[in-house]
Design a protein around this ligand. Structure first.
Ligand code: FMN
Length: 101
């Protein structure tokens, strides 16, 4: 099974998760780990499993991930298993409660 992990990152969080995903799936066959700029969505090569990850921005997909996914849908995703993931801000209520007044 050949896998491809594509990620977009601004601060490195999504890259860290993408690296962990690539590390996990390499047990099942060859895996490529590429930044969004390194792979054309209409020419992914012959892969069985695709992961696409990006940061949540403004309550949704980042501006660059959306067109990438749109082009996948119309061009090269037929017959491929695909997984999308994101990283986002996490606010812990308990931590906030501890903030000094
Ligand atoms: C412009 C901008 C908008 C963001 N909007 C959201 C948001 O709406 N919700 C959220 O949970 N996190 C939001 N975040 C936080 C990022 O999703 C989070 O820090 C993410 O892990 C960054 O990933 P990266 O390090 O791969 O760039 C935003 C960050 C930026 C810079």
């Amino acid at each position: 099974m050949e896998s491809l992990v594509v990620y977009e990152t601004k601060f490195g969080n999504t890259k860290t998760v993408a690296e962990a995903v690539a590390d996990a799936v390499q047990a099942y066959g060859p895996v490529r780990l590429l930044g969004l700029d390194q792979v054309p969505p209409d020419d992914l090569g012959t892969i069985d499993l695709l992961f696409v990850g990006g940061p949540t921005q403004a309550h949704g997909m980042s501006a660059r991930i959306r067109p990438f996914l749109d082009r996948l849908e119309t061009r090269s995703a037929t017959g491929m298993v695909a997984v999308a993931f994101d990283t986002r801000f996490r606010c812990r209520q308990r931590s906030l409660a501890r903030l000094p007044e």
